[in-house]
Design a protein around this ligand. Structure first.
Ligand code: MLT
Ligand code: MN
Length: 310
């Protein structure tokens, strides 16, 4: 059986975001039960319920571990159930949590060649001692079985596939505007299934636009956790929170003709969950009309601690 736990359902910045005094963030800060707090995007998965693999290491990882029984040390005085990390891109919200994992706990780190190159180039990730943390470069579209540092099989199979996206914000400088989308492997989705199982779970926290290739991966899945960053393309601008559209940030919107609800409508997916939700997106609020809209369209809105079983 494959088990997954949504460790964080918010986009970069979290909900509330440290420098936002927008109404929704004020409600979350005030403890409003219809505006539940959420940490930054990450998923934990396990094939045996013992060893756990993180899909992205969020800046909130430390807090996420303490909030998640399965991830708290339960063995030797110095130990952790976390056996590995798989990265879907090199964004701050996907990699910053690796810095929490620097206390000589052995684990395996999996990423595409493009994403691993960013890790290699950033000296700060040297805190993950090479004799302790194994760096494994994974080719696109090639199933692999992650294993812990002791080589013990995880009991599930993963495949990374290219998804239209954007290079990390801190790597934008010096690139022409038509170079921001990056290259294959800069942003990927992950397809997971229990070893020998048929049911598939897909985690796609960042998707700039739907393509036939991405739709092909999603079609017929048991569960899809998908990019729910923005409700509409111009919402950051309209709310006075920023100057960028969703398109400029590499995220397709939830609503609209070319949005995620429309794109995933006819793909025969049994369970659809929005994750990586920005604090400006009204679907975060239990009492918002936009929340009712996505639920009526058959979607769930991810929250921290949400459990998935295949
Ligand atoms: C994103 O998903 O667009 C990025 O996480 C933005 C960021 O780096 O803050
Ligand atoms: Mn992000």
């Amino acid at each position: 059986m494959l088990r997954a736990i949504v460790l964080g359902a918010a986009a970069g910045g979290g909900f509330p975001q440290w420098n936002s005094n927008a109404p929704a963030c004020r409600r979350a800060r005030a403890g409003d039960r219809f505006a539940r707090r959420r940490t930054q995007s990450s998923l934990a998965v396990s094939g045996d319920g013992v060893g756990w693999f993180l899909i992205n290491a969020s800046p909130d990882l430390r807090e996420q571990i303490e909030a998640t029984k399965a991830l708290v040390p339960g063995g030797a005085v110095r130990s952790s159930p976390i056996a590995g990390v798989v990265l879907t891109n090199a964004d701050v919200d996907a990699v910053a949590g690796l810095l929490h994992m620097r206390e000589r706990h052995p684990f395996a780190l999996y990423a595409t060649e493009r994403v691993m190159a960013v890790i290699e180039e950033n000296a700060i990730f040297g805190v993950l001692a090479r004799d302790c943390v194994q760096r494994v470069t994974v080719p696109l579209d090639t199933p692999f079985e992650p294993s812990g540092p002791d080589g013990a099989p995880s009991g599930f199979e993963a495949t990374l596939f290219d998804v239209p996206g954007k290079v990390a914000l801190y790597l934008e400088r010096g690139r022409a505007s038509d170079q921001l989308a990056g290259e294959p492997g800069d942003n990927v989705g992950i397809e997971l299934r229990a070893t020998g199982g048929a049911a598939r779970l897909l985690y796609v926290p960042s998707c700039a636009t739907m393509t036939d290739a991405v739709a092909g991966h999603l079609r017929g899945a048991a569960v899809v956790c998908f990019d729910g960053t923005l409700w509409s393309d111009d919402e950051m601008i309209r709310l006075g929170l920023g100057a960028k559209t969703g398109r400029r940030m590499g995220h397709m919107s939830v609503s609209g003709e070319d949005g995620a609800m429309a794109a995933l409508h006819n793909l025969g997916i049994a369970r659809k969950i929005f994750v990586h939700i920005n604090n400006s997106n009204p679907i975060l609020l239990d009492d918002a009309p936009e929340r009712r809209h996505v639920e009526q369209a058959g979607w769930e809105v991810g929250h921290d601690g949400m459990e998935i079983a295949l």
